[in-house]
Design a protein around this ligand. Structure first.
Ligand code: TRP
Length: 494
């Protein structure tokens, strides 16, 4: 244990940096804008903020508290609450695996865009370029259209980097990331300035910021808001539990760390929204379409808006390369945080070398991503992303509330959090974990089940919804329950 610990966070700041590194990623620059767009822009912001304060920050405190208290990864931490709860921990890790399969593919697209930024061959029409040249996008989800070899090659590259970084140790990363943190901040400001000065920018901003209270009755918007908060804050993935395992309890501040991590992350999303929605306004105005009805919604959205902004910049190739390097550096620490969490979870039970585990998990990640490298990749990504976040992730968020909050006891968990904090949290935390969040998640999940029969997601055929949606979700739950039962401790760690 001691040698393991000393490998990690040297200070409280180092820990918070790592947690922020995991939280801030493509979720802020790529996912947040398109989810907000799909859910009506301003209509989305209120549920999203409510989800941040009632679920995001409280659950972050819960995960930090469990990791710090039990000095274990997610499965072992839940097992420490009660041996029957281990499956919740395994489940969170499995959701993370499903997500990292396609997350790495989005990073692979960034690699390709980076290459193309130099040749600037996508100058003419960013939408056509992305769908045509990068994706080779087919018309339907069933038409795989063969593997896009360039994307697969880029995916191998991405996984190789993740492997090397974990292999070499996070210390190296710490150095690299410390240099790349100012870059994104600067670039986003440049993008916003460029965006705001485009014709039509204001209409985009209006769509982004103007609240639409009638939409608050739409449960779908709430589902998207909770899903996005979990995804973006890396919650219910076992990641924050694993990271908190490595902090010296006497020198930490669970409550304040959780607050800083969550608020920093969400501020970045909010700011990134300005860069994207000004360009959406510009695109709508210049093509004479209504903002709501543009055909570019979905996971491809930001791969159209950012390049559009880039090609309107002076020295476009330079900005292009910088921008996609930024996406990669932001994504990479999110991706490896998950691999670390899985490694940490397994190593609590099985004595094996970290190098070997890292290799196998990275290989698994690569293989799992192949389907997203086909011509139908974007369709599959949209489907899996929707189900993984808005059903499975929400489900495991709920399980955390129920098993740690209700069954084990929210008072006791609050006690853990306060034990490691100078700033104490009070009754409000209990209300969030025991009432508000579970109530919201139960309504959202109930609605999902009800709606899945009446109006299924997207216009995908039933077999695809089963394969990439419900089937995959149910499989994850079954495997996690099995793991919870079957994996027993080899030896007690403490
Ligand atoms: N928080 C990350 C982001 O905003 C996304 C993320 C959460 C993630 N969990 C993950 C990425 C698991 C890979 C694997 O980008």
């Amino acid at each position: 244990m001691t040698s393991e610990q000393s490998r990690y966070w040297s200070s409280r700041t180092a820990f918070v940096m790592a947690a922020v590194g995991s939280a801030v990623g493509l979720g802020n620059l790529w996912r947040f804008p398109y989810i907000a767009y799909n859910n009506g822009g301003g209509a989305f912001l209120i549920p999203w903020l409510v989800a941040l304060f009632t679920a995001g920050i409280p659950l972050m405190r819960l995960e930090f508290a469990l990791g710090t208290r039990f000095r274990a990864g997610a499965p072992k931490a839940f097992q420490s609450l009660n041996p029957k709860y281990a499956w919740v921990g395994w489940g969170t890790l499995l959701v993370g695996l499903v997500i990292v399969f396609y997350y790495a593919v989005v990073m692979a697209w960034s690699v390709l865009f980076m290459g193309h930024s130099i040749t600037v061959s996508w100058r003419e029409n960013a939408a056509g370029f992305f769908n045509g040249r990068i994706l080779g996008l087919t018309k339907s989800i069933g038409d795989l259209g063969g593997i896009q070899w360039a994307t697969l090659g880029a995916l191998v590259f991405v996984w190789a980097i993740i492997f090397l970084i974990i292999f070499k140790g996070p210390k190296v990363v710490g150095k690299v990331v410390a240099w790349t943190v100012p870059l994104p901040a600067l670039l986003i400001v440049v993008f916003i300035i460029r965006g705001v000065t485009l014709p039509g920018a204001l209409s985009g901003l209006k769509f982004y910021l103007k609240p639409d209270f009638s939409k608050l009755l739409d449960i779908g918007v709430w589902r998207a808001a909770y899903g996005q908060i979990f995804f973006s804050l890396s919650l219910a993935f076992g990641i924050m539990i694993a990271y908190a395992k490595y902090q010296p309890p006497e020198r930490t501040e669970v409550n304040r760390n959780a607050w800083i991590t969550s608020v920093t992350n969400c501020s970045i999303s909010f700011i990134a929204g300005f860069a994207v929605f000004t360009v959406i306004g510009y695109l709508a105005t210049s093509t004479g379409q209504a903002i709501e009805g543009m055909k570019i919604g979905g996971p491809g959205l930001t791969f159209v808006t950012y390049p559009t902004a880039i090609q309107l910049m002076p020295v476009a190739p330079l900005f292009g390369v910088l921008f996609f390097i930024m996406l990669l550096t932001l994504g990479i620490d999110s991706a490896f945080s998950l691999v670390e969490a899985v490694i940490c979870g397994i190593q609590d039970y099985v004595k094996t070398s970290k190098e070997k585990l890292t290799f196998w998990i990275c290989l698994l990640g690569l293989v799992g991503g192949i389907i997203f490298c086909t011509g139908a990749g974007l369709h599959w990504l949209d489907l899996v992303d929707h189900f993984a976040n808005e059903t499975l992730l929400v489900f495991f968020g709920l399980m955390e509330c129920i098993f740690a909050g209700w069954l084990f006891g929210f008072r006791k968990v609050r006690g853990f959090a306060n034990e490691y904090s100078k700033v104490k949290i009070g009754l409000w935390w209990d209300v969030c974990i025991a009432v508000l969040t579970p109530a919201a998640l139960i309504i959202v999940l109930g609605d999902t089940l009800w709606n899945s029969i009446r109006n299924p997601y997207g216009d995908y055929p039933a077999w695809a919804l089963w394969l990439g949606g419900w089937g995959l979700m149910i499989l994850v739950v079954i495997i996690s329950v099995l793991l919870g039962f079957l994996v027993r401790e080899k030896k007690s760690v403490e």
